[in-house]
Ligand binder design. Structure first.
Ligand code: FA5
Length: 331
């Protein structure tokens, strides 16, 4: 075996590869040259018959030729497959695209509407200090309103926030009015039935400026609800109580799920509560160092799941968190 005979094997292999017309022919060439009993394989095996000083040079050449033949075979089979075997009528394998979770879709829509009205976005921690979640929001330790929220406590002064309202305090402590923000985020309560989930999402709103009145609050929320649900949907403001707002209101919209007739989700009232709101209590303004004679404001907090249930006609809040792909892929 010498260099010339190896070169000859190479030339003949490359020529045959070049002339091959089908994948089967290429396979035969592969077997004939670099298969278990192929010419190149046999040459490589017979290297032990050479003189020791010749072996490295010839060995390296055979390996190089083997790689060249492999490369030529691969190259040729790619172009052959393109020409012969690509059948454009075979249906493609469908690619399953991920989708945004319905809660995120609704959150983005809510944020979009308030952004258009000039509200900026803020965030706050989900593990919150009792002081921010309650005390500075005018809910002292012995206040009965603490019972309104069934709280997950971490320690005496740390908890999973029960609402997004503590972010009002955080923002007002670091900024002077005018303030116009919304705060989307997760909140937690010991609560579970068809319309209550232990983890759910709220969007807080806060506007503090000079001469802000209840009519401004009504205008902003009515505008939001009509953009969200259409001009025809009934909206009602009900007097209510929150320690951090005075006066306070709860806002209901007609239960679209039952066309206002009454169902298990609206507890047969035809209305579904989706928002709490009111004028920022002067005590809260004082707690963050604002003079209530100079500044007034309104705040609101809405439940994203409730809005998503109405928008998509879903009668059980737990469906959002069951991670059932058949449910999620519908949105
Ligand atoms: C509050 O949480 C007040 N912080 C809202 C607020 C902010 C009032 C600013 C005034 C000023 P409430 O507990 O009502 O309020 O909850 C607000 C909304 O969250 C409700 O209207 C409801 O849509 C939703 N919600 C309450 N509990 C749950 C729950 N367990 N699961 C799903 N949604 C809930």
């Amino acid at each position: 075996m010498d260099i010339e005979s190896i070169e000859r094997i190479k030339e003949s292999a490359l020529q045959k590869i070049d002339g091959a017309k089908t994948i089967e022919e290429l396979d035969q060439i592969r077997v004939a040259y670099i298969g278990k009993k192929g010419e190149i394989t046999l040459v490589l095996q017979s290297i032990s018959c050479l003189r020791p000083e010749e072996r490295p040079k010839i060995g390296a050449l055979i390996n190089k030729v083997k790689r060249q033949i492999e490369a030529a075979l691969t190259q040729k089979s790619i172009s052959s497959i393109k020409e012969e075997e690509f059948d454009e009528t075979v249906p493609e394998i469908p690619v399953r695209l991920g989708r945004k979770h319905p809660i995120n879709q609704v959150k983005e829509e809510i944020v979009g509407i308030f952004s258009q009205m000039g509200f900026g976005i803020e965030q706050g921690p989900e593990i919150e200090q009792t002081e921010y979640n309650f005390d500075l929001l005018n809910i002292p330790p012995d206040h009965p309103a603490r019972d309104m929220h069934d709280t997950f406590y971490i320690s005496d002064n740390l908890l999973l926030r029960t609402h997004t309202s503590p972010v009002q305090i955080r923002v007002m402590k670091k900024r002077k009015p005018p303030i116009r923000i919304i705060v989307p985020g997760r909140v937690y309560r010991r609560d579970a039935d068809v319309s209550h989930s232990p983890m759910f999402h709220q969007v807080e709103g806060l506007l503090v400026d000079k001469n802000i009145r209840f009519s401004d609050l009504k205008g902003v929320l009515a505008c939001f609800l009509h953009q969200m649900f259409g001009e025809d949907v009934p909206v009602r403001f009900r007097p209510s109580y929150f320690p951090f707002t005075e006066p306070s209101a709860e806002i209901d919209i007609g239960c679209i799920l039952c066309q206002y007739k009454g169902c298990r989700v609206c507890k047969n009232t035809g209305w579904l509560e989706i928002l709490g709101a009111g004028m920022v209590d002067p005590n809260v303004l004082r707690n963050v160092g604002f003079d209530p004679e100079e500044w007034t404001g309104f705040a609101f907090g809405l439940g994203i799941e409730r809005i998503a249930m109405l928008k998509f006609g879903i009668s059980d809040i737990r469906a959002f968190f069951a991670n059932d792909i058949r449910f999620l892929s519908q949105f």
